[in-house]
Design a protein around this ligand. Sequence first.
Ligand code: HEC
Length: 157
Amino acid sequence: MTEFDGIQEEHNKIPRGWLLFFIGLIVWLVWYIYSFTPEISGWSYYKKFEQEMAEARKMPEVIPTENPYEHNEKAIAEGRVIYTENCSACHGEDLKGGVGPDLTEHLKYGETDNKKFESIAKGRGGGMPPFGQQLGRDRIWKVLAYVDSVREYGKPH
Ligand code: HEC
């Protein structure tokens, strides 16, 4: 404490809270620079992105258990085109079979939406090719909506 012309100047200490905050800030800054500088920590935005993508790829694709396009006329019409282009050569124009089995009768690999989806997406051992990559989930459901409408009504409905 200094005295000057009778006036006392107090030396106020920095409040403890401020000091802690200030030190914390420096620590955080050093940590931040350290961890986000590629040359030091090897951190890289692209690496992180790659990791996240790899994680996402590992996750099993969730297949809905019911056909979202069942009885949807527009989807059935699209499905009919998909069927003609991709399936009719083996299963016949009328779905009554050819190289592949009749699709209007009992399906041995299962008749639930999700079994039928699996037959088309992953293929089946006895000569049914997988269409998962080629058609994608949406168009598989559409072609299935078409197949099912023929199964149900004997013709697209
Ligand atoms: C190269 C010929 C070929 C093409 C193209 C083809 N299939 Fe098949 N499919 C088959 C054969 C053969 C089987 C029987 C497989 C077995 O018994 O293991 C089959 C089986 C199936 C089954 C399962 C039948 C059951 O009894 O469970 C479904 C459903 C099916 N196909 C739908 C389709 C659809 C939809 C398409 C078009 C996207 C398609 N297939 C294209 C040959 C083909």
